[in-house]
Design a protein around this ligand. Structure first.
Ligand code: WTA
Length: 681
């Protein structure tokens, strides 16, 4: 698969995105709890001034958690980039999330208010709302841990794949797996059978947990048949999936069933006492708690491997600092657990802080575009964490949809996943927050495990907000915007965002591929973690992340590599070659445009476009297929050595100058691509 280096920076590119929006906002109820950017920067600088300061900062947070065995060393940096946190310590994520909460008196506190998607049109209310207490979590996850251990011999270190919708069982299985010291690999339920198979193979899972199907926008989408197909693909490649556990969610009939392999979840736990207890297995800080596959610049997703101890501390501290969660809060993060945001800030962070959270199963606009606002109103949500793409989708509807509801409980609203455009920020700041909330765009990645750039009201003070910015790094971790040589960029000059200090929830490695970990993140800028994001600092030092610098797209906040799309394309019998680039989109952030060369004998007809999109749906999933724009061309622009020049295709899409084309093999391909693209548009 042809690959390109990160997009080159134009020398001294000026990114004055912030100028137009450079107004500082202090929400009225924070007037007496505000510090200036300068004051915050001075405070922050102290926490990262040297290794001792960094260690002291994170040790203070780690002290707040219970450890089965306390650590000997906060940070071992003797073998970079394999930083080790809380060396010698032992704990368990399920213990922190559940048992510890019960010990602190939260036994009967509601951990999750779960709301299913189905809607009762007559009563005008959701058909299912369940309140799940910490004690419920304890019981369910203990029973499951018992069943997994006794019936399927699950042991420490094993990786179990979870391919589930947003139902309570997702939480129970995650916690059961953690209890046993095993690890989960969660695959987003919108991924296809092939994408699932690829991840199961890499993780080597012998157990997959799924559901018969899921609800999405009022429709039933079958899930179990996808798993059957994935298992078949795995078998072809010589890997046997021994057990598929199936949660009955939608009541699909006539499911194909393999008696030897398939198990209903309700039968799996039947007969196991609700009082059964499974001791949480002590895990060393550096055991791994989960892997989560994410996209990079190659066709194969990377298994990002996270730790136990460092992950727990980083997620706990960041959730507290950024969401300022307290016992009386009702917190709601709208992310699917299939992504890192769901791992850290739907499940582990909020549970470790013992709060009540909302989990909503379905689509934001079902049965109407006011569903989310009704959830905030009905459950009294105080802290809300969502994605810019959802805000942009919902702000297209009349404001009346929002104003029907009392959203005055909200005090913090944050976004994640892609830059928030100031218009969307202003819309939600005004309509959801009545201009008196802390609103922050929290920057982080699957790899960072925890949020890195954001406002930190949990410190008791905030620096002024600015629409569209990511603000400053949280204390204890530092970042920089650097040029191609790794030197800091002056304010206003676009550069690469790098993280310059280790932080606790940082990924440990890429699963089974440490060399790729070094190459991908640590080889470009010596001693600094390369995020592959472009960013710019404004004159006050606020950071504005501008988007990916590599061939990774964010489609509605979902992270997909263009190489994955291209690999999928060439699996279609009509496709000879394909090059995928992102096009900015006012709602989705980015949509994939795929320049496609057909094999001889195929014509670029509308039916073929549909067929190719179906194919993409099958190979990757609807995330890519729904918005893909297919552009047929006879040739792709290539260098003389045969590399596809995506940079030129990007320029075509943006209607920008082509830049340096001396290495281009044949100018005709560019003209052709431009013409074909114009016609589609
Ligand atoms: C982008 C999501 C701007 C960025 C947690 C990063 C953001 C990628 C923001 C990681 C933000 C995430 N502002 N861009 N607040 N948050 N990104 O791994 O390009 O799915 O590299 O993790 O999302 O995506 P991932």
């Amino acid at each position: 698969m042809a690959q390109e280096a990160a997009r080159p920076l134009e020398a001294g590119a000026q990114e004055k995105i912030y100028e137009e929006f450079d107004h500082r906002i202090v929400p009225p109820s924070w007037q007496d709890r505000v510090w200036s950017a300068e004051e915050y920067k001075r405070f922050h600088a102290e926490t990262v001034k040297d290794k001792a300061a960094i260690e002291a900062f994170w040790a203070e947070w780690a002290e707040k958690l219970p450890w089965f065995k306390k650590w000997d060393k906060v940070l071992d940096d003797s073998n970079p980039p394999f930083y080790r946190w809380f060396v010698g310590g032992e704990t368990n994520l399920a213990y922190l999330a559940v048992d510890w909460q019960i010990k602190q008196g939260r036994k009967h506190k509601v951990a999750f208010i779960w709301e299913g998607e189905p809607w009762d049109e007559v009563k005008r209310e959701p058909k299912e709302v369940r309140k799940i207490t910490y004690h419920d979590l304890y019981r369910e996850s203990n029973r499951l841990a018992f069943a997994l251990r006794e019936k399927l011999r699950v042991r420490k270190g094993e990786v179990i794949t979870l391919y589930l919708p947003m139902i309570p069982e997702m939480v129970y299985y995650m916690l059961a797996v953690q209890r046993l010291g095993a690890a989960h690999s969660i695959v987003f339920s919108g991924f296809s059978a092939q994408a699932l198979a690829q991840r199961v193979l890499d993780a080597g899972s012998r157990i997959i947990v799924t559901a018969d199907g899921l609800y999405r926008r009022g429709r039933v989408i079958p899930l179990k048949p996808m798993v059957d197909e994935a298992v078949r693909i795995c078998a072809e490649k010589g890997h046997k999936v021994e057990h598929v556990i199936v949660v009955r969610r939608v009541g699909l009939e006539n499911l194909a069933w393999e008696e030897e392999r398939d198990l209903w979840h309700h039968r799996f736990v039947r007969g196991i006492s609700r009082n059964v207890q499974v001791e949480p297995v002590p895990c060393s800080s550096e055991d791994f708690s989960f892997i989560l596959y994410t996209s990079g610049t190659t066709g194969t997703p990377k298994g990002v491997q996270h730790s136990v101890g460092g992950y727990a501390v980083g997620v706990y501290a960041s959730a507290k600092l950024i969401f300022d969660l307290n016992d009386e809060d009702v917190y709601w993060c709208t992310a699917d657990v299939g992504w890192i945001t769901g791992h850290s800030y739907v499940i582990y962070g909020p549970l470790m802080l013992g709060v009540t959270s909302v989990i909503y199963e379905g689509a934001p606009d079902y049965p109407a575009p006011d569903r989310w606002w009704s959830i905030i109103h009905r459950h009294g949500v105080t802290v809300f964490y969502t994605a810019p793409t959802a805000v942009r989708m919902l702000m297209k509807f009349p404001e009346e949809f929002v104003h029907r509801y009392d959203l005055s409980t909200l005090r913090i609203v944050n976004t994640v996943g892609e830059p928030i455009n100031p218009e969307a920020f202003n819309w939600y700041f005004r309509n959801l927050g009545k201009e008196d909330i802390v609103a922050s765009s929290c920057w982080w990645m699957t790899e960072t495990g925890q949020m890195i750039l954001a406002h930190t009201p949990g410190l008791g003070k905030i620096y002024p907000l600015k629409p569209g910015t990511n603000g400053f790094p949280i204390p204890g971790v530092d970042v920089e915007v650097v040029d191609d040589e790794g030197k800091p960029c002056p304010p206003g000059v676009r550069g690469h965002l790098v993280v310059t200090t280790p932080w606790p929830a940082m990924m440990m490695t890429i699963y089974k591929d440490p060399q790729r970990y070094i190459d991908t993140y640590w080889s470009r800028f010596k001693g600094k973690f390369c995020t592959s994001d472009f960013a710019v600092k404004d004159p006050d030092g606020y950071i504005w992340v501008l988007g990916r610098a590599d061939d990774v797209l964010k489609i509605a906040g979902h992270r997909i590599g263009t190489a994955e799309v291209e690999s999928a394309m060439v699996l279609h019998p009509a496709v000879a070659e394909a090059a995928c680039v992102g096009r900015p989109d006012p709602v989705k952030g980015e949509v994939p445009v795929i320049f496609t060369v057909l094999r001889h004998g195929f014509m670029g007809e509308p039916e073929l476009v549909d067929e190719i999109k179906q194919h993409l749906r099958k190979v990757i999933g609807p995330i890519v297929a729904t918005d893909a724009v297919i552009v047929f061309v006879d040739n792709l622009p290539k260098t003389r050595s045969g590399k596809i020049m995506r940079r030129i295709l990007r320029a075509v899409i943006h209607g920008q100058p082509l830049g340096d084309i001396t290495t281009l093999e044949d100018g005709v391909a560019v003209e052709e691509a431009t013409k074909a693209y114009q016609q589609i548009k």
